[in-house]
Design a protein around this ligand. Structure first.
Ligand SMILES: Cc1cc2nc3c(=O)[nH]c(=O)nc-3n(C[C@H](O)[C@H](O)[C@H](O)COP(=O)(O)OP(=O)(O)OC[C@H]3O[C@@H](n4cnc5c(N)ncnc54)[C@H](O)[C@@H]3O)c2cc1C
Length: 402
């Protein structure tokens, strides 16, 4: 892949940050499942929470490729930092940017793009994730607004975040066309940390939406420094002005959000694979593997396969981003980029652990964490099975070729 000078400069900046500030704390944060508040502050100062948000709304105004470079480089060192930026940007902020009214954009985007508050997206419910049309959360019209009741599970930033886009059924008779989305707010669950680092809470959002609260923190296999919790909506009342887009557009809009999100998870998974490759490379070089032609061919072949697959993933991810940037259809390429990169992240991290032997199996080595972090890429924002369905339907489904 050939990137322009601006992209390369950004890549170097983020790589420097990840190696100097993230790498030293990644293991401890993973072990204690603690949110990376200090680095959230640093990333906010670098503008990483608003990379592709227009400058007029407080973002860096860069292109989508730049945003993916940030996700890739953070994940090369620590996937939890990368998903923190990704979930905030793709899931929390981008629906407001894409479908919000001018008032909604003016109210929320500057706070989110500056990283002053963290955002999230509440779609998944027990029994409604892969089949998002099964949403049970309801929003009933009442007193010039909506009364929302329901619960969401596995919501990134449900604890530390303050601004959320959530889906709810407004007309049960219309199936997916009866789902709408709403902006709700709640105070951070970690106010002391937010006060200590100076980001994560915005008094300007007060009064917060009544009836919105988070549940307990998930104890996860990977992405352990990322905040994942339930989000409860209990008689949560929002004014009509908090509905995002027209009533009934929620399902279509979050499908569009997830299309873009898939490229983001593709970039994140690519970063994990690259990080695992780099660790394995350092280890093999230290052992002198490859110095004498003909010796140690097995690890050399493993590295050649990994490097080739990483290059293929990079092309898929950035090609999908290019299509999105040019306004071309990118649903299938995005699904392909996510599917391939996620499964590659598992293969590459497993191989890296194998190449490092017991060292790679020890929690002292980053590849042990990377292997655990890779797994969720095959699950979050659409499982690998769902990606295969999206890809197959694009040429076999009822709308194919029409
Ligand atoms: C760490 C983490 C963070 C997350 N963050 C968020 C977030 O911020 N916001 C949010 O809304 N959600 C979030 N999620 C939820 C995630 O997007 C869903 O869990 C995921 O899309 C799977 O949906 P599900 O939970 O309904 O699983 P299920 O659909 O129940 O999946 C179970 C299995 O069934 C398979 N399956 C399901 N349907 C089919 C089918 N039609 N054909 C073949 N196989 C099928 C799946 O592929 C999977 O293997 C997060 C999840 C995790 C683990």
């Amino acid at each position: 892949m050939v990137f322009n000078d601006e992209h390369e400069l950004l890549r170097h900046r983020v790589r420097d940050f990840a190696e100097s500030e993230v790498a030293p704390v990644a293991r401890q944060l993973d072990e204690s499942s603690r949110f990376p508040w200090d680095n959230v502050r640093r990333m906010a100062d670098m503008g990483l929470f608003g990379v592709n948000v227009p400058r007029e709304y407080g973002g860096l105004g860069l292109d989508y490729v730049s945003y993916l470079i940030v996700l890739e480089e953070l994940a090369r060192v620590d996937a939890s930092h990368s998903i923190t930026v990704s979930a905030h940007s793709t899931l929390g902020l981008s629906p407001i940017q894409a479908f919000g009214s001018e008032d909604q954009k003016r109210r929320y985007l500057p706070l989110l793009a500056a990283g002053q508050v963290l955002g999230g997206f509440g779609l998944t419910e027990p029994g409604a994730g892969s089949d998002a049309s099964a949403t049970r959360t309801v929003a009933i019209r009442e007193d010039g607004g909506y009364r929302i009741n329901g619960s969401k599970i596995f919501i990134t930033h449900a604890g530390v975040g303050e601004v959320f886009v959530v889906t709810a059924v407004t007309d049960r008779t219309r199936g997916p066309r009866g789902i709408s989305s709403f902006i709700v707010t709640k105070p951070t669950a970690e106010p002391e940390e937010a006060a200590r680092v100076g980001v994560g809470h915005a008094p300007a959002l007060e009064p917060f939406t009544p009836g919105v609260r988070c549940g307990r923190k998930e104890d996860k296999m990977g992405w352990r420094a990322s905040d994942t919790r339930e989000l409860f909506l209990e008689d949560a009342w929002v004014p009509e002005a908090s509905r995002l887009g027209p009533e009934g557009d929620g399902f279509v809009n979050f499908m569009k959000t997830l299309d873009a999100g898939r490229i983001g998870i593709g970039a994140l998974a690519l970063g994990i694979a690259q990080g695992a490759f780099d660790h394995a490379l350092g280890h093999l070089r230290a052992l002198g593997v490859g110095r004498n032609a003909g010796e140690h061919q097995a690890p050399q072949f493993a590295m050649a396969d990994m490097a080739t697959e990483i290059e293929a993933a990079r092309h898929l991810v950035y090609h999908a981003a290019w299509l999105k940037e040019k306004g071309r259809p990118y649903s299938r390429p995005a699904a392909m980029a996510k599917l391939y990169s996620s499964e590659l992240a598992m293969r590459a991290t497993t191989r890296a652990v194998q190449l490092l032997g017991p060292d790679g199996y020890s929690a002292d080595h980053p590849v042990e964490r990377m292997m655990r972090d890779a797994k969720v890429c095959e699950i979050g924002e659409g499982t690998s099975e769902v990606q295969r369905l999206v890809i197959a339907r694009s040429f076999l489904g009822p709308a194919a070729g029409s």
